[in-house]
Design a binder for this molecule. Sequence first.
Ligand code: DAH
Length: 340
Amino acid sequence: MQEKIKEIQNEIERFSAKSAEELENFRIKYLSKKGLLSGLFEEFKNVLPEERKQVGMLLNDLKNAAQNKINEFKQEFEGSKETEKSDTDLTLPANFIEIGSRHPISLIRSKIIEIYSRIGFTVSEGPEIEDDWHNFTALNFPEEHPARDMQDTFFIQKNPDIALRTHTSSVQIRVMENEKPPIRKLFPGRVYRNEAISSRAHCFFHQVEGLYIDKDVSFADLKQVLLYFAKEMFGENTEIRLRPSYFPFTEPSAEMDISCFLCGGKGCAFCKHSGWVEILGCGMVDPSVLENCKIDSKIYSGYAFGMGIERITNLKYRVKDIRLFSENDIRFLKQFDSAI
Ligand code: DAH
């Protein structure tokens, strides 16, 4: 008899019900008046006195196990019905849903666009998945340029011609290929680089590129536009400094610093005691880039500039860890709501 009890115990333990009907069949099979357990209790009368204690305990365990199974599934099947029926009180006020806020990167991007729109710049966008021509070749990147290295660029699948754009300068090419000068445009967007993520670098970030192509555009025009931007963005007393630099697609090229707005240029820990902080790259569009886009470089010239939105945002709000921008923690994001 003990064997039989164990067999049934195993059966019960293995049982699981998918519907209330299955559960009811289970109950009838084991616990109803004519069920298996009643039969066993009937047989129990014939058990020898020395085995009675042992067999009795097993039988009780069996009954409990069957009852527990029923309770377990009963809750599951009835629970949902009951909440539908009675647990919903439509007169209660709704749960409080916290309102989101604009992302600091969006705020600063809008601010940059707004500043430049006042002097005639309009916005265009280009694809984030780019081909080699628009991201590199047309921008004068020589074949062996380190920026083409696998370390910097995310290539798509196994096709070396397709990559995630590494900068928004690619949109310059697309616009110059499709529009006739004068062109006065801004290209905001997300860019990607294959970098280890840290508090200072991320594998994706945002840039705004500016481009102006017309007859007789000079470096002085570029300088004046950048000075205007720096003052509008960082305050009336801001000064700028241009340092000679190198970019394949501009000649001459420069990097622009602004006077440190914390110490006013006297030197502090923030500007590493130099009085200046770097904010963007710029230059006169290289004639061969114009020619790559079928714009006659004997008639037209132009300038371009590019800046990182995270960089400007960090400077403005002194955010120390760039990863905060992509974590979407509302406690962080909320702080910028009315800041601009
Ligand atoms: N594309 C450059 C970068 O991602 C930034 C840049 C520099 C853009 C100079 C420009 C420029 O348009 O003139 O680092």
